[in-house]
Design a binder for this molecule. Structure first.
Ligand code: ATP
Ligand code: MG
Length: 370
């Protein structure tokens, strides 16, 4: 373990006897003390030493404790300050606290009374430093993540983009082959050709979805006020072709007005509602509920259905690219819808999650910060 160096305390008091007594007492308690009768000399000492705490008298002739503390904080923002003051100057003590002092102690005091005040100030300082270190780490990690994401995005963009050309070639040559000798093919060879065509079409869909997905991460956000109730009605209107012939019991909102990118949020609703409609298909009467909960920091919106549900074990997987829990012959799709939802909501600073039960419906949640 690294050796812990003693706490360094800068003590400033124009009364020499008082200053010396403080220095000695605190030294006896394991602190490293540096005493000055002049504020200017104390400030000069800060250039060579990294102090943890400043203990200063308030009323001093050449520079008062408040001015000294302000100047000291300019030099070392991590320093904590405690002001010592006579009882008559309590309003100045309050002023000192406003200018950045962490605490004050009224004179006259017994020297031992200062110890708990110091302990508290140093504990606060430690917390502040730990907090700052944590914040710094979060910033660094976020920057790392962002750049990894960007790299991945441009990688997946260029890969999917470059895959298009050879795929297009395969499809074109299959077509030529079909034109030149399609008529004379044996049924099994005909079947092979059809399978190649079907596979290239599927791959083409995957590539297009992947390209859309990486475009989504790059598109600029345009924030405005969005009336989610309106948006919901529009999206449901657009879903009419999928809904035709179905018996769906809607429970719609009311939904709030939020801050966000209207066209991106529309895609969120479109994906979630399309899923709810799709995965309730086996139900005689599908029930789809859209609602929200207003929290202190964020609004949580949910889309609930009584469809086929899923095993909770895979709840987080669903949001991955091309992750599907249902077979294509049961429910069509490429598995990109929820990945888009997660990405859009993350860009809004929100979270996404799902709850479900096999064969007993599913609920998808997302949050939007206020
Ligand atoms: N409402 C739901 N109920 C049950 N399972 C769901 C529901 N919504 C999504 N899922 C499961 O999550 C998987 C991923 O959903 P996602 O929307 O990303 O893809 P998809 O619907 O299969 O295809 P598409 O890319 O066309 O949206 C689905 O394949 C399905 O297994
Ligand atoms: Mg989907």
């Amino acid at each position: 373990m690294a050796e812990i160096s003693p706490v360094k305390i800068l003590i400033v008091d124009d009364e020499t006897a008082q200053m010396k007594a403080l220095c000695n007492t605190l030294k006896d308690h394991g602190y490293e003390t540096f005493g000055f009768v002049s504020a200017h000399a104390a400030l000069a000492a800060m250039d060579g030493t990294n102090f943890d705490l400043l203990l200063t008298d308030l009323m001093m002739p050449e520079m008062d404790g408040i001015a000294l503390l302000k100047a000291a904080l300019q030099k070392n923002a991590d320093l904590v300050g405690i002001i010592m003051t006579g009882e008559g100057t309590i309003t100045r003590a309050v002023e000192a606290m406003k200018s950045g002092a962490l605490d004050f102690i009224l004179k006259p005091f017994r020297l031992s009374a200062i110890l708990p005040v110091l302990d508290r100030a140093l504990a606060v300082r430690r917390l502040r430093l730990e907090n700052a270190a944590l914040e710094r780490r979060i910033r660094e990690r976020t920057a790392e993540l962002e750049s990894a994401n960007e790299e991945l995005e441009s990688f997946s963009y260029s890969v999917s983009h470059d895959l298009r050309t050879p795929l297009h070639h395969i499809a074109s040559f299959v077509e030529l082959l079909d034109e030149s000798c399609g008529a004379s093919l044996a049924p099994s060879d005909r079947d092979y050709l059809n399978r190649i065509t079907a596979a290239t079409e599927k791959m083409n869909c995957l590539i297009e979805d992947l390209l859309d997905f990486s475009r989504m991460g790059r598109a600029e956000m345009r924030r405005s006020r969005v009336d989610l109730q309106n948006l919901l009605e529009t999206v449901i209107e657009e879903l009419q072709p999928e809904i035709a012939g179905r018996n769906i019991l809607w429970k719609k909102g009311p939904l709030p007005t939020v801050q966000g990118d209207p066209s991106l949020l529309r895609q969120v609703f479109s994906n979630l509602l399309l899923n709810a409609v799709k995965y309730t298909r086996p139900r005689e009467v599908a029930e789809i509920e859209i609602g929200y909960v207003h929290g202190p920091r964020e609004t949580t919106i949910f889309v609930r259905d009584n469809g086929v549900g899923f095993d909770m074990q895979y709840a987080d997987k669903l949001f991955g690219v091309f992750q599907r829990l249902h077979r294509k012959d049961e429910f069509e799709g490429t598995g990109i819808g929820l990945a888009n939802v997660r990405r859009i909501i993350a860009r809004h600073g929100g979270r996404t999650w799902a709850e479900g039960k096999f064969n007993s419906g599913a609920t998808f949640y997302f949050t939007l910060p206020h």
